[in-house]
Design a protein around this ligand. Sequence first.
Ligand SMILES: Cc1cc2nc3c(=O)[nH]c(=O)nc-3n(C[C@H](O)[C@H](O)[C@H](O)COP(=O)(O)OP(=O)(O)OC[C@H]3O[C@@H](n4cnc5c(N)ncnc54)[C@H](O)[C@@H]3O)c2cc1C
Ligand SMILES: *[C@@H]1O[C@H](CO)[C@@H](O)[C@H](O)[C@H]1NC(C)=O
Ligand SMILES: *[C@@H]1O[C@H](CO)[C@@H](O)[C@H](O)[C@H]1NC(C)=O
Ligand SMILES: *[C@@H]1O[C@H](CO)[C@@H](O)[C@H](O)[C@H]1NC(C)=O
Ligand SMILES: *[C@@H]1O[C@H](CO)[C@@H](O)[C@H](O)[C@H]1NC(C)=O
Ligand SMILES: CC(=O)N[C@H]1CO[C@H](CO)[C@@H](O)[C@@H]1O
Length: 586
Amino acid sequence: MLAKISVTLALSGIASSTLINLQTNSANGKSVLSSTVFDYIVIGGGTAGLTVARRLSDDTSKKVLVLEAGRSGINDPLVTIPQKSFSFIGTDIDWLYNTAPQTNAANQTVNLSSGKILGGGSAVNGLVWVRGAKEEYNAIEDLGNSGWNWNRFYAAMKKAEAVKTPSAVQTNQFGYTVKASSLGSSGPVDVSFPNYLPLQHQKFITASTQLGHKFNADPYSGDNRGIFYSLASQTPAAVRETSEFAYLDPVVSRSNLIVLYNGALVTKLNTTATPGTVPAFPQVAVATGVQVRFPDNTVQIAKPKPSTGEVILSSGTVRTPQLLELSGIGDRNVLSPLGINTLVHLPGVGANYEDHTITILTYKLKLPYLSFDALKYDPVLLAVQESLYPQGKGWLTFANSVLNMAPADKILTSAEIKTAKQILQNKPPTIQQDLYTSIKDRVFKVPQIEYLLFNSFSGGTVKEANRSYVSMAVTHLHPLSRGSIHINTTSIDDHPVINPNVLESEWDTWFLSKATAYGRKFFQTPAFQEIFEEEVWPTTALANNDAQWQKFVKDNINVGYHSVGTASLLPLSKGGVVDTNLKVYG
Ligand SMILES: Cc1cc2nc3c(=O)[nH]c(=O)nc-3n(C[C@H](O)[C@H](O)[C@H](O)COP(=O)(O)OP(=O)(O)OC[C@H]3O[C@@H](n4cnc5c(N)ncnc54)[C@H](O)[C@@H]3O)c2cc1C
Ligand SMILES: *[C@@H]1O[C@H](CO)[C@@H](O)[C@H](O)[C@H]1NC(C)=O
Ligand SMILES: *[C@@H]1O[C@H](CO)[C@@H](O)[C@H](O)[C@H]1NC(C)=O
Ligand SMILES: *[C@@H]1O[C@H](CO)[C@@H](O)[C@H](O)[C@H]1NC(C)=O
Ligand SMILES: *[C@@H]1O[C@H](CO)[C@@H](O)[C@H](O)[C@H]1NC(C)=O
Ligand SMILES: CC(=O)N[C@H]1CO[C@H](CO)[C@@H](O)[C@@H]1O
């Protein structure tokens, strides 16, 4: 908290040399850019950008610049209050992306909101703090990325964390358990359990074990299978941790770290072409400047140190390929029609795009059980919870803390497993061969579906007044379909065409349909029967057959806001964009 208070002072007082708000202090920003050359220029002060900037600026001899389009999240309840996660959609801190029409999902366009703010996704996301399975990280190395394996990821994840183990009172009340030694204890990011766990989430643990899912007491050391209590990226006082709060605030007085935010929109990289040394790249591009558009629409140039300075692109999955392409680095077939001179022909830019696919079921709670819906129809309850929150207590402290990571063979019958293995033999057209093999071979080795509860109504034709609902999100963790994110104009102000190409693969549709149908089984357990009255979405009018479920999935697909792949860490021959030093090829 101390750090947060001092930052607030710095922001409201005379311009600090480190944090420069361009809406209020544009002149200071301009003078810094014209007078300084930087060792590192970080484009995008999001989850990754601020983390990297903090680490690089640990070396006080290096000058580090961060350029962020969005504002600060300090003292903004939309950011700080866990219960308000997802409320940023449609606000000033949302980039407001939508996907292109999804041809394999009833031509729908799907919202793909994304954080435009210091902290990026970490300031707006669901606060769920989890790891994948050891096997999945090692698969990254097996694809040809030497050194990028579980051991290295695990050490880095622990370095980030300061786990707060649950108090005896919390454990007694909610059942929370965590194996502290599987997490870091002295990193910058507080991860903890909230002081409130809805009854339905507690019952979700029982419902899962009643269905034969394993309770996992140690999901953080490489085996994430089963139902477990998941930590949240929040402080014990129930303030969301963002990369702004965790990484930037504590070092805000460093004079070698300069952050231009609230209107530092990077529009393009300036590059110089020099002859290349390998046949794939007759010429290579070196970033010599970064064009930054200020709120007054002037473009200023941020300059890396000649020959040694580095430019780091961390503007997220949507805008990283956009900036590369606008700067002439990408697929010639995308750039030429737009009149952009291709400096480096790199077809992986914007390709290999993947997002998780999600379906949602909604159930009505029996009376007198309540969900967050009640905060909207019961003003007294809302007032009580708002008064508890400053003490770090009550409903507003909660975003999510129970997950079920289900293996495929838990969801499918033995007959279906046979069918699954046949369907998996068909490689979808858009996925690269080695990625396909890597995923296919692990379908029965690592969890494939994440089941989690949203503590509110999501879908359905009838929403009764003064009644509370709970939704179950069914997430396919390893879809095979691949899409792309490419520019279709030369303007930074136009969103690129975002096409996750969901459900292209037969496997993705078939398996998500099975997993969605399986979701109903949780609600048929004694634990859930006790508290839930009825299914309101899709409603039991939707019969339990493949055709109906597949239509439901296609008509109602969501994406996970977990976009990845458009600047892949992979060998060049497999469609990579960066090498194992995270340097862009060419
Ligand atoms: C709604 C939502 C829910 C999610 N839930 C979870 C969850 O519960 N758990 C989990 O682990 N993950 C979750 N995620 C995913 C996670 O937050 C992201 O994977 C992560 O934040 C990505 O980090 P990043 O640094 O690559 O990009 P970002 O964090 O998006 O950072 C990119 C930054 O660059 C800035 N930027 C972009 N273009 C420019 C430009 N041209 N000039 C200047 N600045 C620019 C952006 O404003 C942003 O701050 C969720 C994401 C969303 C959106
Ligand atoms: C989707 O759009 C395409 C092209 O506009 C059209 O041919 C197709 O029939 C549409 N599909 C559905 C399911 O509406
Ligand atoms: C950057 O490139 C633009 C043209 O794209 C040019 O006008 C400008 O002078 C360049 N600036 C530097 C510092 O290279
Ligand atoms: C819902 O509850 C509010 C507040 O208790 C009450 O004023 C309202 O009449 C109720 N509405 C219905 C449809 O029961
Ligand atoms: C770019 O693609 C979007 C769809 O994502 C479309 O609405 C827009 O018209 C396209 N722009 C151009 C110039 O083709
Ligand atoms: C939930 C939500 O914000 N939906 C929006 C998705 O995007 C479309 C088109 O921009 C909007 O109309 C929806 O309201």
